[in-house]
Write a protein that binds this ligand. Sequence first.
Ligand SMILES: [Zn+2]
Ligand SMILES: [Zn+2]
Ligand SMILES: [Zn+2]
Length: 204
Amino acid sequence: MSVSCIIGEDSSLKFHINDILKKKEIMEQILIENIARVSTLAKSPYNEQINDLLEISKILNDHMISDVTEIPCKRCNDKIKLRFMRLHIAKHFVNKEIKQNQNLCGYCGDIGCSIDLVVTSGKGNYSNYGPKSDCKYFRKFSIKPAEAASISYPTTNRPVICKICSQVYWSYNMAEHYNINHPQDQCPVYFSEKEASNLKSFDI
Ligand SMILES: [Zn+2]
Ligand SMILES: [Zn+2]
Ligand SMILES: [Zn+2]
């Protein structure tokens, strides 16, 4: 894990967390070494201490996810940096390694995370939009640049508004959304064959 992280993408509170990371690693090691031993005890003050430590560890974990934190893919278990997880999931999608579903989360590949579009800056015609989601793997990005696949980030999977029902769906899920909700209508094309083939050969 990188030792130089920023807590929260939009936080002004920036500081190095080497010390916290080290302490956390030591703490987790102690936990691993001791959990087996204490698990035989139904209830003891020691057990309560372990619970406290686990709680602290969880809080630290929740706050330490940054762009470069490696997190496990829920689909294949590979460790992927948070900033590349949307790309990694997109690759699973075009490789047809995930069953199509209109509610497939573009961040984590699971079903059930919310997705919405919100104004992040500007006003009216000059508004900039970004995603909003309760996904644990949520990461901010700007919609406008994401509409074109780049060489370093060759996916356009992003939240879009359905022109028919005005609900927000991930663009890769739109075809399935039309299949289910608007079978009489032609789904606009949201990603090209070229994007799919570039993504298939991208190493992520
Ligand atoms: Zn994966
Ligand atoms: Zn998710
Ligand atoms: Zn719709």
